[in-house]
Design a protein around this ligand. Sequence first.
Ligand code: GLY
Ligand code: MN
Ligand code: MN
Length: 438
Amino acid sequence: MKQGEITPGLSAAEYEVRRTMLMKSLPKSSVVISTSHKTRYMTNNIFYPFHQQTDFYYLCGFNEPDSALVLEKDDSPRGYKMTMFVAPKSANIEMWEGARTGADGAKEIFGADEAIDANLFRYRIVDMASRHENVYFDYPTPSLFMPMDIAKKLHNKPGSADAFSTTRGLSPLIQEMRVVKSEAEIKIMRQAGEISGKAFIETMQFTNPSRLEHQIYAKFDYECRMRGSQMMAYVPVVAGGSNALTMHYVNNDQPLHDGELILMDAGGELNAYASDITRTWPVNGKFTQAQKDLYEVVLHANKECIKLCTEEHGLSLNQIHDESMRLTKEGLQRLGITPLPHDMDRRLYPHHVGHYLGMDVHDTGDISRSRPLKTGMVITIEPGLYIPRDGAYPEEYQGIGIRIEDNVVIGKTVPYVLSVTAPKEIVDVEYCCASGRE
Ligand code: GLY
Ligand code: MN
Ligand code: MN
Protein backbone atom coordinates (compact mmCIF):
# COMPACT_ATOMS: atom_id res chain seq x y z
CA MET A 1 0.00 0.00 0.00
CA LYS A 2 1.05 3.58 -0.58
CA GLN A 3 1.40 6.29 2.05
CA GLY A 4 -2.04 7.51 3.12
CA GLU A 5 -3.94 4.49 1.83
CA ILE A 6 -6.35 2.53 4.03
CA THR A 7 -6.85 -0.24 1.48
CA PRO A 8 -4.75 -0.71 -1.68
CA GLY A 9 -5.60 2.09 -4.11
CA LEU A 10 -7.96 3.96 -1.75
CA SER A 11 -6.80 6.74 0.54
CA ALA A 12 -7.94 7.61 4.05
CA ALA A 13 -9.18 10.89 2.50
CA GLU A 14 -11.48 9.02 0.08
CA TYR A 15 -13.05 7.03 2.93
CA GLU A 16 -13.47 10.27 4.89
CA VAL A 17 -15.23 11.92 1.93
CA ARG A 18 -17.62 8.95 1.65
CA ARG A 19 -18.61 9.17 5.32
CA THR A 20 -18.86 12.95 5.24
CA MET A 21 -21.11 12.90 2.18
CA LEU A 22 -23.37 10.31 3.77
CA MET A 23 -23.62 12.15 7.08
CA LYS A 24 -24.20 15.53 5.39
CA SER A 25 -27.16 14.05 3.52
CA LEU A 26 -28.87 13.02 6.78
CA PRO A 27 -31.05 15.21 9.03
CA LYS A 28 -29.80 16.53 12.38
CA SER A 29 -29.68 13.98 15.20
CA SER A 30 -28.96 10.97 12.96
CA VAL A 31 -26.98 7.83 13.65
CA VAL A 32 -25.74 5.28 11.12
CA ILE A 33 -25.05 1.70 12.20
CA SER A 34 -23.18 -0.49 9.74
CA THR A 35 -22.02 -4.00 10.59
CA SER A 36 -19.45 -6.32 9.07
CA HIS A 37 -19.95 -9.92 8.07
CA LYS A 38 -19.49 -12.62 10.66
CA THR A 39 -17.09 -15.49 10.19
CA ARG A 40 -19.05 -18.17 8.35
CA TYR A 41 -18.46 -21.88 8.79
CA MET A 42 -18.40 -24.67 6.24
CA THR A 43 -18.30 -27.33 8.95
CA ASN A 44 -17.19 -27.60 12.59
CA ASN A 45 -14.47 -25.00 13.25
CA ILE A 46 -13.69 -24.81 9.53
CA PHE A 47 -14.50 -21.46 8.04
CA TYR A 48 -15.19 -20.27 4.52
CA PRO A 49 -12.81 -17.73 2.98
CA PHE A 50 -13.85 -14.42 4.54
CA HIS A 51 -15.53 -11.80 2.39
CA GLN A 52 -16.41 -8.45 3.93
CA GLN A 53 -19.87 -6.89 3.79
CA THR A 54 -19.42 -4.38 1.00
CA ASP A 55 -21.37 -1.37 2.37
CA PHE A 56 -19.41 -1.63 5.63
CA TYR A 57 -16.15 -1.94 3.71
CA TYR A 58 -17.13 1.04 1.53
CA LEU A 59 -17.55 3.23 4.61
CA CYS A 60 -14.38 2.29 6.50
CA GLY A 61 -12.16 -0.23 4.63
CA PHE A 62 -11.99 -2.50 7.68
CA ASN A 63 -11.56 -6.11 6.61
CA GLU A 64 -12.09 -8.06 9.83
CA PRO A 65 -15.22 -10.05 10.71
CA ASP A 66 -17.46 -9.37 13.74
CA SER A 67 -17.10 -5.57 13.77
CA ALA A 68 -19.36 -2.56 13.59
CA LEU A 69 -19.19 1.08 12.61
CA VAL A 70 -21.34 3.78 14.22
CA LEU A 71 -21.48 7.31 12.84
CA GLU A 72 -23.27 9.92 14.97
CA LYS A 73 -24.01 13.27 13.39
CA ASP A 74 -22.86 16.16 15.59
CA ASP A 75 -21.57 19.75 15.52
CA SER A 76 -17.87 18.87 15.61
CA PRO A 77 -15.58 20.11 12.79
CA ARG A 78 -15.72 16.56 11.38
CA GLY A 79 -19.51 16.71 11.38
CA TYR A 80 -19.88 13.31 13.04
CA LYS A 81 -18.39 11.04 15.65
CA MET A 82 -16.98 7.75 14.39
CA THR A 83 -17.04 4.76 16.74
CA MET A 84 -15.75 1.34 15.75
CA PHE A 85 -16.51 -1.90 17.56
CA VAL A 86 -13.60 -4.25 16.86
CA ALA A 87 -12.24 -7.54 18.16
CA PRO A 88 -9.83 -6.82 21.02
CA LYS A 89 -6.14 -7.69 20.81
CA SER A 90 -5.45 -11.13 22.29
CA ALA A 91 -2.11 -12.91 22.06
CA ASN A 92 -3.76 -16.30 22.43
CA ILE A 93 -6.53 -15.83 19.84
CA GLU A 94 -4.19 -14.05 17.43
CA MET A 95 -1.86 -17.05 17.61
CA TRP A 96 -4.69 -19.12 16.11
CA GLU A 97 -6.51 -16.62 13.91
CA GLY A 98 -3.88 -14.11 12.86
CA ALA A 99 -3.22 -10.48 13.75
CA ARG A 100 -6.07 -8.17 14.72
CA THR A 101 -6.13 -4.42 14.33
CA GLY A 102 -7.46 -3.84 17.84
CA ALA A 103 -8.85 -0.65 19.35
CA ASP A 104 -5.69 1.44 19.02
CA GLY A 105 -5.31 0.47 15.36
CA ALA A 106 -8.95 1.32 14.68
CA LYS A 107 -8.25 4.85 15.90
CA GLU A 108 -4.77 5.34 14.46
CA ILE A 109 -5.23 3.65 11.09
CA PHE A 110 -8.96 3.77 10.39
CA GLY A 111 -9.67 7.16 11.93
CA ALA A 112 -12.16 6.16 14.62
CA ASP A 113 -12.74 8.75 17.37
CA GLU A 114 -13.51 5.92 19.75
CA ALA A 115 -12.93 2.17 19.53
CA ILE A 116 -14.74 -0.36 21.71
CA ASP A 117 -14.49 -4.12 22.22
CA ALA A 118 -16.92 -5.71 19.75
CA ASN A 119 -18.17 -8.06 22.47
CA LEU A 120 -19.87 -5.00 23.98
CA PHE A 121 -21.72 -4.04 20.79
CA ARG A 122 -25.00 -5.68 21.74
CA TYR A 123 -24.96 -4.02 25.20
CA ARG A 124 -24.07 -0.50 24.02
CA ILE A 125 -25.72 0.02 20.66
CA VAL A 126 -29.35 0.49 21.75
CA ASP A 127 -28.31 3.21 24.23
CA MET A 128 -26.15 4.90 21.62
CA ALA A 129 -29.00 4.87 19.12
CA SER A 130 -31.46 6.22 21.67
CA ARG A 131 -29.48 9.48 21.83
CA HIS A 132 -30.58 10.23 18.25
CA GLU A 133 -33.90 10.85 16.58
CA ASN A 134 -33.08 9.08 13.28
CA VAL A 135 -31.50 5.65 13.14
CA TYR A 136 -30.19 4.17 9.87
CA PHE A 137 -29.32 0.47 9.69
CA ASP A 138 -30.12 -2.56 7.56
CA TYR A 139 -32.17 -5.67 7.90
CA PRO A 140 -29.95 -8.16 9.72
CA THR A 141 -29.34 -11.17 7.50
CA PRO A 142 -27.83 -14.16 9.36
CA SER A 143 -24.42 -13.32 7.90
CA LEU A 144 -24.34 -9.84 9.47
CA PHE A 145 -22.82 -8.92 12.82
CA MET A 146 -26.14 -7.45 13.95
CA PRO A 147 -28.15 -9.63 16.34
CA MET A 148 -31.81 -9.95 15.34
CA ASP A 149 -33.07 -9.11 18.85
CA ILE A 150 -31.03 -5.89 18.84
CA ALA A 151 -32.25 -5.01 15.36
CA LYS A 152 -35.83 -5.41 16.59
CA LYS A 153 -35.15 -3.04 19.50
CA LEU A 154 -33.62 -0.48 17.14
CA HIS A 155 -36.50 -0.94 14.75
CA ASN A 156 -39.11 -0.24 17.41
CA LYS A 157 -37.51 3.04 18.31
CA PRO A 158 -39.50 5.98 16.89
CA GLY A 159 -37.51 7.63 14.06
CA SER A 160 -35.78 4.44 12.93
CA ALA A 161 -35.41 4.13 9.22
CA ASP A 162 -37.54 1.18 8.24
CA ALA A 163 -34.70 -1.26 7.80
CA PHE A 164 -37.24 -4.06 7.63
CA SER A 165 -38.40 -2.78 4.27
CA THR A 166 -35.79 -2.98 1.52
CA THR A 167 -36.17 0.65 0.49
CA ARG A 168 -35.72 2.63 3.70
CA GLY A 169 -32.70 1.18 5.44
CA LEU A 170 -29.10 2.38 5.28
CA SER A 171 -28.05 0.44 2.21
CA PRO A 172 -30.17 2.37 -0.33
CA LEU A 173 -28.34 5.55 0.73
CA ILE A 174 -24.93 3.93 0.33
CA GLN A 175 -25.90 2.34 -2.97
CA GLU A 176 -26.69 5.80 -4.35
CA MET A 177 -23.07 6.72 -3.60
CA ARG A 178 -21.61 3.42 -4.80
CA VAL A 179 -23.37 3.34 -8.16
CA VAL A 180 -21.09 6.08 -9.55
CA LYS A 181 -17.44 5.16 -9.17
CA SER A 182 -14.59 7.53 -8.26
CA GLU A 183 -11.41 7.75 -10.30
CA ALA A 184 -9.58 5.65 -7.72
CA GLU A 185 -12.27 2.96 -7.85
CA ILE A 186 -12.17 2.86 -11.65
CA LYS A 187 -8.40 2.50 -11.53
CA ILE A 188 -8.75 -0.60 -9.32
CA MET A 189 -11.49 -1.99 -11.56
CA ARG A 190 -9.28 -1.40 -14.60
CA GLN A 191 -6.54 -3.45 -12.95
CA ALA A 192 -9.06 -6.16 -12.01
CA GLY A 193 -10.27 -6.27 -15.63
CA GLU A 194 -6.76 -6.44 -16.99
CA ILE A 195 -5.77 -9.26 -14.64
CA SER A 196 -8.86 -11.27 -15.58
CA GLY A 197 -8.46 -10.47 -19.28
CA LYS A 198 -4.89 -11.77 -19.29
CA ALA A 199 -5.99 -14.84 -17.36
CA PHE A 200 -8.56 -15.48 -20.12
CA ILE A 201 -5.76 -15.41 -22.72
CA GLU A 202 -3.73 -17.94 -20.73
CA THR A 203 -6.79 -20.11 -20.19
CA MET A 204 -7.71 -20.13 -23.89
CA GLN A 205 -4.15 -21.18 -24.71
CA PHE A 206 -4.35 -23.96 -22.12
CA THR A 207 -7.63 -25.39 -23.48
CA ASN A 208 -7.70 -28.61 -25.49
CA PRO A 209 -10.01 -31.63 -25.83
CA SER A 210 -8.14 -33.62 -23.17
CA ARG A 211 -8.96 -31.13 -20.43
CA LEU A 212 -11.69 -31.21 -17.80
CA GLU A 213 -13.82 -28.20 -16.94
CA HIS A 214 -12.36 -27.99 -13.46
CA GLN A 215 -8.84 -27.88 -14.89
CA ILE A 216 -9.89 -24.85 -16.93
CA TYR A 217 -11.29 -23.31 -13.73
CA ALA A 218 -8.04 -24.06 -11.86
CA LYS A 219 -5.96 -22.51 -14.64
CA PHE A 220 -8.00 -19.30 -14.64
CA ASP A 221 -7.98 -19.05 -10.84
CA TYR A 222 -4.20 -19.60 -10.82
CA GLU A 223 -3.54 -16.99 -13.52
CA CYS A 224 -5.68 -14.40 -11.70
CA ARG A 225 -4.01 -15.02 -8.34
CA MET A 226 -0.52 -14.95 -9.89
CA ARG A 227 -1.34 -11.45 -11.12
CA GLY A 228 -2.45 -10.17 -7.72
CA SER A 229 -6.13 -11.03 -7.50
CA GLN A 230 -7.04 -12.27 -4.01
CA MET A 231 -9.94 -14.53 -4.98
CA MET A 232 -12.55 -15.27 -7.61
CA ALA A 233 -15.25 -12.59 -7.53
CA TYR A 234 -17.89 -15.39 -7.73
CA VAL A 235 -18.13 -19.11 -8.42
CA PRO A 236 -17.22 -19.33 -12.11
CA VAL A 237 -19.30 -21.03 -14.76
CA VAL A 238 -17.00 -23.30 -16.78
CA ALA A 239 -19.33 -25.01 -19.22
CA GLY A 240 -18.29 -27.33 -22.03
CA GLY A 241 -20.76 -27.83 -24.91
CA SER A 242 -24.43 -27.82 -23.98
CA ASN A 243 -23.66 -27.34 -20.27
CA ALA A 244 -23.65 -23.68 -21.33
CA LEU A 245 -27.43 -23.91 -21.66
CA THR A 246 -27.66 -24.11 -17.87
CA MET A 247 -27.25 -20.45 -16.91
CA HIS A 248 -25.84 -21.12 -13.44
CA TYR A 249 -23.85 -24.24 -14.29
CA VAL A 250 -21.27 -24.44 -11.50
CA ASN A 251 -20.52 -28.16 -11.23
CA ASN A 252 -17.61 -27.53 -13.58
CA ASP A 253 -16.57 -31.17 -13.44
CA GLN A 254 -17.17 -32.63 -16.90
CA PRO A 255 -14.65 -33.47 -19.66
CA LEU A 256 -14.41 -31.13 -22.64
CA HIS A 257 -15.15 -32.52 -26.10
CA ASP A 258 -13.48 -31.96 -29.44
CA GLY A 259 -15.65 -29.87 -31.74
CA GLU A 260 -17.62 -28.20 -28.92
CA LEU A 261 -17.39 -24.73 -27.45
CA ILE A 262 -16.50 -23.85 -23.88
CA LEU A 263 -18.25 -20.95 -22.16
CA MET A 264 -16.47 -19.51 -19.15
CA ASP A 265 -18.03 -16.79 -16.98
CA ALA A 266 -15.35 -15.83 -14.46
CA GLY A 267 -13.57 -12.86 -12.95
CA GLY A 268 -10.95 -12.16 -10.37
CA GLU A 269 -11.59 -9.86 -7.43
CA LEU A 270 -8.92 -7.24 -6.77
CA ASN A 271 -8.78 -5.16 -3.60
CA ALA A 272 -12.51 -5.65 -3.01
CA TYR A 273 -13.62 -4.84 -6.58
CA ALA A 274 -15.05 -7.47 -8.94
CA SER A 275 -14.61 -8.21 -12.58
CA ASP A 276 -17.24 -10.29 -14.36
CA ILE A 277 -16.25 -11.51 -17.81
CA THR A 278 -17.59 -14.21 -20.13
CA ARG A 279 -15.89 -15.58 -23.21
CA THR A 280 -16.84 -18.56 -25.37
CA TRP A 281 -14.19 -20.34 -27.44
CA PRO A 282 -13.68 -23.61 -29.34
CA VAL A 283 -12.24 -26.50 -27.32
CA ASN A 284 -10.07 -27.54 -30.29
CA GLY A 285 -9.16 -23.96 -31.22
CA LYS A 286 -11.26 -23.63 -34.42
CA PHE A 287 -14.90 -22.53 -34.66
CA THR A 288 -17.19 -24.62 -36.89
CA GLN A 289 -19.33 -22.66 -39.36
CA ALA A 290 -22.47 -23.03 -37.20
CA GLN A 291 -20.59 -21.90 -34.08
CA LYS A 292 -19.19 -18.94 -36.02
CA ASP A 293 -22.65 -17.97 -37.28
CA LEU A 294 -24.13 -17.77 -33.80
CA TYR A 295 -21.00 -16.25 -32.29
CA GLU A 296 -21.12 -13.38 -34.79
CA VAL A 297 -24.72 -12.62 -33.85
CA VAL A 298 -23.84 -12.38 -30.15
CA LEU A 299 -20.63 -10.45 -30.81
CA HIS A 300 -22.47 -7.93 -32.97
CA ALA A 301 -25.07 -7.38 -30.23
CA ASN A 302 -22.26 -7.07 -27.64
CA LYS A 303 -20.42 -4.41 -29.66
CA GLU A 304 -23.51 -2.43 -30.64
CA CYS A 305 -24.70 -2.36 -27.02
CA ILE A 306 -21.29 -1.25 -25.75
CA LYS A 307 -21.49 1.74 -28.14
CA LEU A 308 -24.67 2.80 -26.31
CA CYS A 309 -22.90 2.98 -22.94
CA THR A 310 -22.53 6.74 -22.74
CA GLU A 311 -24.26 9.46 -20.77
CA GLU A 312 -24.94 11.23 -24.05
CA HIS A 313 -27.17 8.38 -25.25
CA GLY A 314 -29.13 8.73 -22.00
CA LEU A 315 -30.26 5.08 -22.07
CA SER A 316 -30.91 2.75 -19.16
CA LEU A 317 -29.78 -0.86 -18.78
CA ASN A 318 -33.35 -1.91 -19.55
CA GLN A 319 -33.37 0.07 -22.79
CA ILE A 320 -30.02 -1.42 -23.80
CA HIS A 321 -31.46 -4.83 -22.99
CA ASP A 322 -34.35 -4.21 -25.39
CA GLU A 323 -31.86 -3.26 -28.07
CA SER A 324 -29.80 -6.43 -27.43
CA MET A 325 -32.98 -8.50 -27.77
CA ARG A 326 -33.81 -6.81 -31.07
CA LEU A 327 -30.27 -7.34 -32.41
CA THR A 328 -30.08 -11.02 -31.45
CA LYS A 329 -33.55 -11.72 -32.88
CA GLU A 330 -32.60 -9.98 -36.11
CA GLY A 331 -29.33 -11.95 -36.26
CA LEU A 332 -31.16 -15.24 -35.79
CA GLN A 333 -33.57 -14.33 -38.56
CA ARG A 334 -30.65 -13.74 -40.93
CA LEU A 335 -29.52 -17.30 -40.15
CA GLY A 336 -33.00 -18.61 -40.90
CA ILE A 337 -33.76 -19.38 -37.27
CA THR A 338 -37.25 -18.43 -36.14
CA PRO A 339 -37.75 -18.64 -32.37
CA LEU A 340 -40.90 -20.40 -31.20
CA PRO A 341 -43.44 -17.97 -29.72
CA HIS A 342 -42.11 -16.63 -26.37
CA ASP A 343 -38.93 -18.74 -26.69
CA MET A 344 -36.65 -15.75 -27.29
CA ASP A 345 -36.74 -14.50 -23.71
CA ARG A 346 -37.65 -17.87 -22.19
CA ARG A 347 -34.87 -20.12 -23.53
CA LEU A 348 -32.81 -18.51 -26.32
CA TYR A 349 -31.81 -15.37 -24.39
CA PRO A 350 -33.33 -15.75 -20.93
CA HIS A 351 -31.21 -13.24 -18.97
CA HIS A 352 -30.72 -9.50 -18.86
CA VAL A 353 -28.07 -7.75 -20.96
CA GLY A 354 -26.32 -6.53 -17.84
CA HIS A 355 -26.15 -5.17 -14.32
CA TYR A 356 -24.20 -2.64 -12.29
CA LEU A 357 -20.74 -3.85 -11.28
CA GLY A 358 -18.46 -2.79 -8.44
CA MET A 359 -17.56 -4.21 -5.05
CA ASP A 360 -20.38 -6.69 -5.57
CA VAL A 361 -20.76 -8.59 -8.82
CA HIS A 362 -24.43 -7.70 -8.94
CA ASP A 363 -23.67 -4.29 -7.48
CA THR A 364 -26.15 -1.80 -6.02
CA GLY A 365 -28.99 -4.24 -6.55
CA ASP A 366 -31.71 -1.87 -5.30
CA ILE A 367 -30.96 0.70 -7.98
CA SER A 368 -33.41 0.35 -10.83
CA ARG A 369 -32.15 -0.77 -14.22
CA SER A 370 -34.50 1.77 -15.76
CA ARG A 371 -32.33 4.66 -14.55
CA PRO A 372 -30.49 6.52 -17.37
CA LEU A 373 -26.79 5.68 -17.27
CA LYS A 374 -24.41 8.36 -15.98
CA THR A 375 -20.68 8.96 -16.41
CA GLY A 376 -18.70 6.88 -13.92
CA MET A 377 -21.21 4.06 -13.58
CA VAL A 378 -19.79 0.63 -14.35
CA ILE A 379 -21.99 -2.04 -15.90
CA THR A 380 -21.72 -5.37 -17.68
CA ILE A 381 -22.83 -5.95 -21.25
CA GLU A 382 -23.48 -9.65 -21.66
CA PRO A 383 -25.81 -10.73 -24.47
CA GLY A 384 -26.05 -14.46 -25.10
CA LEU A 385 -27.76 -17.10 -27.24
CA TYR A 386 -28.56 -20.63 -26.12
CA ILE A 387 -30.14 -22.96 -28.68
CA PRO A 388 -32.10 -25.78 -27.04
CA ARG A 389 -32.00 -29.39 -28.19
CA ASP A 390 -35.40 -29.05 -29.74
CA GLY A 391 -36.42 -30.12 -33.24
CA ALA A 392 -37.88 -26.65 -33.79
CA TYR A 393 -34.31 -25.41 -34.35
CA PRO A 394 -31.81 -26.41 -37.06
CA GLU A 395 -29.81 -29.45 -35.97
CA GLU A 396 -26.39 -27.82 -36.42
CA TYR A 397 -27.22 -25.05 -33.92
CA GLN A 398 -28.78 -27.21 -31.22
CA GLY A 399 -26.89 -27.42 -27.91
CA ILE A 400 -24.73 -24.36 -28.60
CA GLY A 401 -24.57 -21.73 -25.86
CA ILE A 402 -22.67 -18.47 -26.31
CA ARG A 403 -22.30 -15.41 -24.09
CA ILE A 404 -19.86 -12.53 -24.47
CA GLU A 405 -19.64 -10.37 -21.36
CA ASP A 406 -17.65 -7.18 -20.97
CA ASN A 407 -17.28 -4.66 -18.15
CA VAL A 408 -17.88 -1.09 -19.26
CA VAL A 409 -17.40 2.32 -17.64
CA ILE A 410 -20.01 4.80 -18.83
CA GLY A 411 -18.31 7.83 -20.37
CA LYS A 412 -19.79 11.19 -21.34
CA THR A 413 -19.44 10.49 -25.07
CA VAL A 414 -17.37 7.29 -25.28
CA PRO A 415 -17.54 4.11 -23.25
CA TYR A 416 -14.45 2.62 -21.65
CA VAL A 417 -14.14 -1.17 -21.71
CA LEU A 418 -12.36 -2.64 -18.68
CA SER A 419 -12.26 -6.20 -20.04
CA VAL A 420 -10.65 -5.27 -23.34
CA THR A 421 -7.65 -7.58 -22.79
CA ALA A 422 -9.84 -10.69 -23.08
CA PRO A 423 -9.98 -11.60 -26.81
CA LYS A 424 -13.43 -11.73 -28.40
CA GLU A 425 -13.03 -11.26 -32.19
CA ILE A 426 -13.06 -14.68 -33.88
CA VAL A 427 -9.61 -14.19 -35.42
CA ASP A 428 -8.15 -13.16 -32.07
CA VAL A 429 -9.75 -16.04 -30.20
CA GLU A 430 -8.54 -18.57 -32.77
CA TYR A 431 -5.07 -17.02 -32.81
CA CYS A 432 -4.95 -17.17 -29.05
CA CYS A 433 -6.10 -20.82 -28.93
CA ALA A 434 -3.61 -21.76 -31.67
CA SER A 435 -0.69 -20.18 -29.84
CA GLY A 436 -1.18 -22.67 -27.02
CA ARG A 437 -0.84 -25.58 -29.39
CA GLU A 438 2.47 -24.82 -31.10
N1 GLY B 1 -21.41 -13.90 -13.36
C1 GLY B 1 -22.69 -13.47 -13.04
C2 GLY B 1 -23.24 -12.60 -14.05
O1 GLY B 1 -22.74 -12.55 -15.14
O2 GLY B 1 -24.16 -11.86 -13.83
MN1 MN C 1 -20.75 -13.09 -15.53
MN1 MN D 1 -22.58 -10.39 -15.22
